[in-house]
Design a protein around this ligand. Sequence first.
Ligand code: G6P
Length: 613
Amino acid sequence: MCGIVGYVGFREAYPVLVKGLHRLEYRGYDSAGVALVNGNALNIYKTKGKVSRLERFAETQNVGGNIGIAHTRWATHGEPNDVNAHPHCSESGTLAIIHNGIVENYAVLKAALVENGYTFRSCTDTEVMVQLIEYVRSSNGCTLLEALQIALRQVVGAYAIALIDKNDPDRILAARRSSPLVVGLGNDEYFLASDATPIVEYTDKVVYIDDGEIAVIDRGKPLRVVNFDNVESTFDVRRLEMSICQLEKGSYPHFMLKEIFEQPSTIRDCIRGRINIEADRVTLSGAFDNRERFLAAQRIVIVACGTSWHAALIGEYLIEEMCRIPVEVEYASEFRYRNPVIHNSDVVIDLSQSGETADTLAAVELAKSKGAFIFGVCNAVGSSIPRATDSGAYIHVGPEIGVASTKAFTGQVTVLAMLALTLAREKGSIDREQYIATIRHLVQLPQLIEGALKLDGQIRELSKIFTYARNFLYLGRGYNYPVALEGALKLKEISYIHAEGYPAAEMKHGPIALIDNEMPIIVIATADSLYDKTVSNIEEIKARGGRVVAIVSEGDTVVRGIADYVLEVPQAPEPASCIVSTIPLQLLAYYIAVNKGRNVDQPRNLAKSVTVE
Ligand code: G6P
């Protein structure tokens, strides 16, 4: 959470920084600020609220200068207000810092600084860092780089920071530990940011800074990267594969709707080069190349958070069914702190859209330290998790900007299906007929999703009936149980309506008591092996006066006769079917949130990339 941007070069810094903040707003949007060095002045403008509010505020200010840093915040220490917004300034007013992360020992450091006469304006941990750096510099008489290195050796926690000094208008120092940091290399100019999205329109050359490293970014000089002991690090310059149109809404009113409608093409990108339909063969190379490790595993553990955790549950069903290897799915935040049993024969799959989720990243480190083989399934290329794993596979669905995950979920399930198929073939645990049929349905997924997207108009109308419902229940069985969980999460995230997902058969152990004609119940009742059982569950709901919206397969007549409303999706076997069933649930959540006037792309209190625990 929190997004940081920096620029030094020949352009006016402010427009670059503000545009960058808009791109990073998905990371947090409760306050924003910018610091610019212009001549002898260090100008800091910051305000509570979104980046657009900062822009309105800065309109009347002097925003000149071609070096600066900027920040969009998701509050951890201190409520979102003008004072707690970043950048934060040192006591003397010389240094300005921006920070993404948490300083865990800030209270101890702050107490020591207060004893030394420092005063604090904000309640943030970040202000402690900049004061500490200034204190070290003035008490040791050292350079700013040396002071930063000494200070960071005392800081416990996670951070990506950028620091400027008004007396050195050609230099930005940026450091990271556990929070992402990318430097963009232009011609005579440098960019830095939490991810590559603010950089891509200026240059496609980037350097991903590693943990424990400091980027020394000097106008007109080559980039240097050093560690906290001042040892020079070598670094690779990577080429970005992102395009600007992926970062814009185009004709869509929201990124979320754009991303829902992109799914036919994102699934095509996801399977491209991995499925050879002529040969009826799927090869997920990261899994294939490490097949011995996978097939020797006593078990596979999948760790994830949020929507990725729902995709992981589908992965569990797929791998167990096709590969007959036991799979456990864990919330990363629980896994990392509950002293789990991990054997060196285990394979741990880390599933994360952003590749930056702090808990998932910590789970990688924990499993690694116990000798497990770590496989990452991520979307953001070059992010921290793929760089920390032994091997992995990208989902290749392009940047996802709406805070509520949509296309990443379907991409994750598709990759997990390809992983299961790759391993099952190698293990010989799947019969050829099923193998070929599953591949063919994955290839057809883009058309099947296009079919489901045709429900758009119908769902927009249906959403009007339910806009003011206060609670929703989502039910599904088998592969559709995680889909029910995901449908409920989508609605909660963006409409702020309470919604619960449940295995349909578990309904009678509790939620059945909630049924009345006020609470809509969404049931995924597509034609699969559990169809008849799900139909019985719908009967149970109707017998108690509940209102049912059923997702059914095209041509269904049975559920149509019982449910209040039906949404027909193209028929397909698993796992293609559960991906297709997800589409109407994404659209339903979207339209209900729009009807309620919610900020769909930036729902309150949420952030897309959760880089704090
Ligand atoms: C946040 C996002 C969710 C996402 C979750 C896990 O809560 O709002 O959309 O599913 O983090 O993120 P990851 O990037 O690890 O998949």
